[in-house]
Design a protein around this ligand. Structure first.
Ligand code: NAD
Length: 495
């Protein structure tokens, strides 16, 4: 008797129709939106979209919830968030599979993302009971007290690349601080967002209206949310041009904004760096998540004395990366998220061929197994001028642009030569250099002898055109509060 054929990782999938009954927190009465699997082009989920009336309903629910005990009961908020973190961890397998099917990323990264999302929730569950101000003696009999109050109704608008960690990175501190939240996911990843929010919405202690979700395009649903008079704050993660537009739209209402935007992050390798570690680090920095990470180390800067050897070894490593379906555990480079993304990346690769030299990848994958998916080979381009669009613009795909420098000053000048300032990496065994260069780099985060390590405790954010405000950590909680000052005069003789 022959052994049964191994089940394909795709065998047992069924189309998800969301929101199914019971998802009352999702306000959608508009037309359907299908989300597709970037590996196969198949429809993964069908989600209804929201209308302007749905946005009104979600915001009104949030405003009503701000009159509940949620605002003042940190212990309640902590309990709800702890249970939510637990619920996410219990659903890692199911959410990771949906994430890979809807967004395309490798299944190991999808699992890490769900766990990362749970980490943020767990961290802010603890912080929910520690939202407090200061007491200040201001003079004889006079005291000042500051309170940290929730801002009100917060719109959390997310991108498609890390739709769950970037969701909870804003959602969890907003809730921990006592706000109500209306989530608007990117149109490429609505199903996994709704599925990830559902256990929170089902918590028996979560007051009605504290959490809502609306679905649809940025132009229509996003704009309606950002300009809604009942929304007090916008926590936006996405492209710089969209962020600028969101800030303009929010200006009339003088709404508070927290903007986490694009990047073109430099990764500097000095000749005294541990070479094997730097090679592995530079490869992962550029190609994890197929380069679709805002902090991707998409510019590699190498010191000239080691450049030949370093680049030769890098090209070997990159050429050996396996391109494939995100559900296949052997895959290194999963498809990018959409056809339009794939086309835009190939346009950059073509430009790189004209302006520089491609030392790895660069040619479309012709094998039949890649035909239905949005695949791009990992590509390394050298010999570009600092003005090249491959150096200046965010490609958001598996394309690494390399520059060579002669000394520390030139390294810093090249590193700082774009409008972005999200993150940077540097590899050296010289501690003095590490401090010196880290202080000179224009970036919200600098990784030293590592890259793309995130901890809920440690703030992240951008300078220059990479953002406004900080997420994660204590500062990330404070972003979602307003300070109210009370001034007590207990000394009648002063009048
Ligand atoms: P995007 O700017 O196209 O969309 C982000 C979100 O904004 C989506 O939900 C979209 O529907 C919404 N939107 C669009 N127009 C809007 C409007 N007028 N009003 C309100 N909302 C609107 O970004 P994307 O393509 O989904 O994500 C990729 C981008 O996100 C990259 O530039 C990446 O660098 C950036 N990003 C930044 C960070 C960070 O932490 N700095 C993290 C992840 C991604």
């Amino acid at each position: 008797m022959s052994a049964p054929a191994a089940a394909s990782p795709r065998a047992a999938w069924r189309l998800l129709e969301l929101p199914a009954t019971g998802h009352r927190f999702v306000h959608t009465s508009g037309p359907d939106l299908d989300s597709t699997d970037p590996a196969t082009g198949e429809t993964v989920a069908r989600v209804r979209t929201s209308t302007a009336a749905d946005v009104d309903a979600a915001v009104a629910a949030g405003r009503a919830a701000m009159r509940s005990r949620w605002r003042d009961d940190g212990a309640l908020r902590g309990r709800v968030l702890y249970r939510y973190a637990q619920a996410l961890r219990e659903r890692v397998d199911e959410l990771a599979e949906l994430l890979t099917r809807e967004q395309g990323k490798r299944i190991a990264e999808a699992r890490a993302e769900v766990n990362g999302a749970a980490n943020h929730v767990e961290y802010y569950a603890g912080q929910a009971r520690a939202v407090h101000g200061r007491a200040l003696p201001l003079g004889p009999g006079v005291h000042g007290v500051t309170l940290r109050e929730p801002v009100g109704v917060v719109a959390v608008i997310t991108p498609w690349n890390w739709p769950l960690t970037l969701l909870t990175r804003s959602l969890a501190p907003a809730l921990a601080a006592g706000n109500a939240v209306v989530v608007k996911p990117a149109s490429l990843t609505p199903a996994v967002t709704i599925a990830a929010l559902a256990p929170l919405a089902a918590d028996p202690e979560l007051p009605e209206g504290v959490l809502s979700c609306v679905v649809g395009s940025g132009d229509v649903v996003g704009t309606a949310l950002v300009t809604h008079p009942g929304v007090d704050m916008i926590a936006f993660t996405g492209e710089t041009t969209t962020g600028v537009n969101v800030m303009k739209l929010a200006a009339d209402g003088l709404k508070k904004v927290a903007l986490e935007l694009g990047g073109k992050s430099p990764n500097l390798v000095f000749a005294d760096a541990p070479m094997d570690k730097a090679l592995a680090g530079a490869t992962a920095a550029a190609f994890s998540s197929s380069g679709q990470i805002c902090t991707a180390g998409s510019r590699l800067l190498v010191e000239r004395s080691i450049a030949d050897e370093f680049l030769e070894r890098l090209a070997e490593r990159v050429t050996a990366l396996r391109v494939g379906d995100g559900l296949d555990p052997a895959t290194d480079i999963a498809p990018v998220a959409s056809r339009s993304q794939q086309r835009a990346i190939f346009d950059y690769i073509d430009l790189g061929r004209t302006e520089g030299e491609i030392i790895a990848g660069g040619t479309p994958l012709t094998d039949e197994k890649y035909a239905a998916g949005c695949y791009v080979p990992p590509t390394v381009v050298t010999g570009l001028s600092p003005q090249s669009r491959l150096i200046q613009e965010e490609i958001f795909g598996p394309v690494l642009a390399v520059q060579v420098f002669d000394d520390e000053d030139e390294a810093v000048a090249l590193a700082n030569c774009t409008d972005y300032g999200l993150a940077a990496g540097l590899w050296t065994s010289n501690l003095q250099r590490a401090w010196r260069v880290a202080r000179e780099l224009q970036a919200g985060t600098v990784w030293i002898n590592t890259y793309n390590r995130f901890y809920s405790e440690l703030e992240v954010g951008g300078v220059k055109r990479s953002g406004v405000g900080r997420q994660q950590g204590q500062v990330g909680l404070e972003e979602f509060t307003e300070v109210k000052s009370l001034n007590f005069d207990n000394n009648p003789t002063l009048w």
